[in-house]
Design a protein around this ligand. Structure first.
Ligand code: 5AD
Ligand code: SF4
Length: 453
């Protein structure tokens, strides 16, 4: 049986897309492998959000394609965001590359790879191939997100991602996503509910809804009894027996209405965690970022949600060193971090992306300043995050037990409703169950706990 390996960079959306593609290979009789030397098809699902992510994927593919002892017939391919933005120029970078498929072509990946592999196997290739097949599929296809919906993830996991929309219609001036993922497009609610019910029947307890701006889900639909389509979707999911936890990522202040704040008061399955990108605490920078709201709106939403759900954990994304960012702008971002007391924040140094307005703005910030701000803000974020985790020691939390701990297979690992990883002694709880635990210790970002009897 041939085998396939997919390496995934980037966001959860990419992880979800990888799962979908893998399930098509499984259905076609392939084995899934983690071993590069075993694989007959090697794919990298790429991310374009920052240059570093692209360079990593390019570097990795370069190494894979030049392995001296590799099987000669291996099919090499790039999928996802970088494929979409760089398209067939990738063959100039890596001549041995065979296939480049874009973000609207995931449903065709299996077919293209399998056909090429079968051809090569039939030809009995023994010599290394110098130049790959150079097949490029990056066109937009309508209905592509439903073309793969029947292929549910192969894993026996108790958690799952469900994509509820594709693309993004905002045009943040730093962001390549609107050009790699295309226009915003929501899936029909019924399809999402059917998928969620099937997942629950297979033992899934926790679902994370995915979209570039989830709260804009179905925004062309009417508001009924004060509730927009996204909140109505949450309510409908909440009704599913056996589904215990609902998460979503990521929301945006635009289109974030009171109905979603209220949802935290009456939907107990909605987890006490929100990843809510702030990007900057300066109104001047938000304006340059083409994010059409004031920071106070963002801060107020955080505070309103914490009022609705006092134990809500809030995590965020912040960009430092956006073009024109002054020390004063940076201090406003830092003040916002202090005010909200985030449970964690991902800090990114601004990275100019192809064909985005910010890439050609004047006053680009030099690397040294970006690094200084990154370092300074990280210290601040870590101090706050550690204090918030320390405050959990001695409390009771409920965790969904997900499986063995990565660092110590004798222990089990789960996450709290606040999405904090917790390690517990093995043997005392079953994978896939939600159990009450007492937090006993905290080191950095990991909590340790005993299961309550
Ligand atoms: N440079 C740096 N960070 C970026 N992000 C998006 N585009 C860029 C860029 N050009 C960050 C944002 C977003 C996260 C996924 O990546 O903070 O929320
Ligand atoms: Fe990019 Fe802005 Fe859309 Fe997020 S909201 S994907 S940052 S354009």
């Amino acid at each position: 049986m041939p085998s396939v390996l997919i390496k995934t960079y980037g966001c959860q959306m990419n992880e979800r897309d990888t799962e979908q593609v893998l399930s098509m290979f499984l259905a076609g009789g392939y084995d899934i492998t983690k071993n590069e030397d075993d694989a007959d098809v090697i794919l990298i699902n790429t991310c374009s959000v920052r240059e570093k992510a692209e360079l990593k994927a390019l570097g990795k593919m370069g190494l894979l394609c030049s392995r001296p002892n590799a099987k000669p017939w291996v099919v090499y391919g790039f999928m996802g965001c970088m494929s979409q933005s760089r398209s067939n120029t990738l063959f100039r970078d890596i001549a041995r590359l065979d296939i480049v498929t874009g973000t609207h072509q995931y449903h065709n990946v299996y077919k293209l790879c399998n056909r090429l592999l079968r051809n090569r196997l039939a030809q009995n290739i023994t010599e290394p191939i110098k130049r790959g097949a150079h097949i490029c599929a990056v066109a937009h296809e309508d209905g592509f997100q439903n073309a793969i919906k029947d292929h549910l993830p192969p894993s026996g996991n108790c958690t799952a991602f469900v994509s509820i929309m594709q693309g993004c219609d905002m045009k943040c001036s730093y962001c390549i996503v609107p050009s790699t993922r295309g226009e915003e497009c929501s899936r029909p609610m019924n399809d999402i509910l059917i998928e969620a019910r099937e997942l629950v029947e297979r033992g899934v307890k926790e679902i994370t809804l995915l979209g570039q701006i989830v709260n804009r889900y179905g925004r062309e639909e009417p508001i009924i009894n004060g509730r927009g389509a996204f909140v109505r979707l949450l309510e409908a999911l909440h009704e599913i027996d056996g589904l215990e936890r609902i998460r979503f990522t990521s929301p945006h202040p635009i289109g974030f209405r009171q109905d979603l704040v209220n949802a935290y008061t009456y939907l107990p399955k909605l987890c006490s965690h929100i990843h809510f990108p702030m990007q900057s605490g300066s109104d001047r920078i938000l304006k340059l970022m083409l994010r059409p709201y004031k920071n106070e709106k963002y801060l107020k939403l955080c505070e309103d949600m914490r009022e609705a759900r006092p134990d809500l954990a809030i995590t965020t994304d912040i960009i430092v060193g956006f073009p024109g960012e002054t020390h004063e702008d940076y201090l406003q971002t830092k003040a916002a971090v202090e005010r909200i007391q985030f449970d964690n924040a991902f800090i990114f140094q601004y990275s100019p992306r192809k064909d985005t307005p910010a890439a050609v703005m004047e006053n680009q910030i030099c690397l040294r300043v970006k690094e200084e701000r990154n370092h300074d803000l990280l210290e601040c974020v870590n101090r706050i995050a550690t204090a918030r985790n320390q405050a959990l020691v001695g409390t009771t939390q409920t965790i969904l037990v997900e499986g063995p701990s990565k660092n110590n297979p004798n222990r089990l690992q789960g996450r709290t409703s606040q999405n904090k990883p917790v390690i517990i002694e093995g043997g005392s709880a079953q994978v896939g169950t939600i159990v009450p635990v007492t937090i006993t210790e905290c080191t950095g970002f990991t909590l340790y706990a005993n299961v309550q009897q």
